[in-house]
Write a protein that binds this ligand. Structure first.
Ligand code: KG4
Ligand code: ZN
Length: 335
């Protein structure tokens, strides 16, 4: 069963063809990151316009790369939320147009559920029940998954998501956008020597990262980080601050995820979402976990359409087919 996946929830226009929910035949992504970098973050109006320009070519490229025609496809999976409404609409309307023109069934996929299904593209066998940490720009959700499409929300962020925290910290340190890769790169040249606070929120599986961000901001405002040339001999550098910040986020994410997995006696831990591309997080989670950890390769952690197609396959298997009344839901929830 070959599924065309379409993803336009934020600033990547993506299309992919996946066979049987597991084999990637093509995976095309048109990134807008350089356009939004000028503004230091995603500008919703600009994102929708870019999706409009990119969507038809990217779908055509996905078919060409997979060496398939419309006739070879069995269905379309498209992200219907959560995300930016104007961006989501471009993908959903494209999917509806294809559905109508080529008589293909359509299924709407929750973007977060899509991130989880990137794990089915790794070739590893996935065993339920499992605990999944979805760490992205908008979410830090800890989820218990008991079967396909069966989620229990264990914890979520009470303020900033982990990716958002990386983006804000990078802005504070003047490291550019997007913040996650910028912090990771800077941290390689630094030492995690600055003690930064960790919000443990004991007794819950929730997260909080705004206190950590504020602590970093206070240090910068107080002139305690060497952001000007010549200060390095006396003060910790921006690289040290990046390393300290990354260490604090990784510490909290890893410790709380492993604790939740132990408590629920799950068989595996999955780590997904853009922040899962972070090498330090990947390494520390694997080292700390007593059970197998599945993490997609970095290109399948950040936004892509192969994960949407994989999730769509399991939705079609479960009979979850939508019709042309499918609409976008900017605040769509997982469980
Ligand atoms: O999943 P994603 O691509 O888009 C959303 O669904 O939000 O996640 C994007 C987030 C951004 O906040 C970005 O800074 C973060 O993932 N990110 C990273 C890394 N790569 C992307 N955070 C830490 N380390 C990275 N290497
Ligand atoms: Zn995402």
């Amino acid at each position: 069963m070959k599924i065309l996946g379409i993803e336009t929830s934020c600033d990547e226009t993506a299309a992919a063809v996946v066979a049987d929910g597991a084999k990637i035949l093509s995976n095309q992504i048109a990134s807008q990151v350089e356009i939004h970098a000028r503004y230091g973050g995603v500008v919703p109006e600009v994102a929708s316009r870019q999706h409009m320009l990119a969507i038809i070519p990217i779908v055509e490229q996905a078919l060409a790369q997979a060496k398939v025609t419309w006739r070879d496809l069995d269905g379309i999976a498209v992200t219907d939320g959560p995300g930016l409404a104007g961006s989501l609409l471009v993908g959903v309307n494209m999917a509806k147009a294809i559905s109508l023109a080529h008589g293909l069934p359509i299924t709407g996929v929750n973007h977060l559920e899509g991130h989880v299904y990137a794990c089915w593209l790794t070739g590893r066998s996935i065993e339920f029940p499992l605990a999944c940490l979805i760490a992205s720009g908008g979410h830090s959700d800890l989820v218990l998954m008991r079967g396909h499409g069966d989620y229990v929300m264990l914890g979520r962020t009470r303020d900033d998501a982990s990716g958002e925290a990386f983006d804000k910290a990078a802005r504070i340190l003047g490291l550019g956008y997007p913040g996650g890769p910028a912090i990771e790169k800077a941290a390689r040249n630094g030492v995690a020597s600055i003690p930064l606070p960790r919000a443990w929120l004991k007794g819950t599986d929730d997260f909080s990262f705004s206190g950590l961000k504020t602590a970093l901001l206070r240090l910068v405002e107080g002139g305690k980080i060497a952001l000007e040339p010549g200060q390095e001999s006396k003060l910790p550098s921006a690289a040290d601050a990046a390393a300290s910040f990354q260490a604090a986020v990784v510490d909290v994410l890893v410790t709380k995820t492993v604790a939740a997995a132990r408590e629920r006696r799950v068989k595996q831990i999955l780590l997904v979402g853009g922040v899962a591309a972070n090498k330090s997080l990947r390494q520390h989670l694997v080292e700390a976990s007593p059970i197998p950890v599945v993490i997609p390769e970095p290109i399948l952690c950040t936004d892509n359409a192969a994960m949407i197609a994989a999730c769509g396959y399991y939705r079609f298997q479960a009979g979850k087919v939508d019709d042309l009344s499918l609409d976008v839901v900017a605040g769509l929830k997982l469980a």
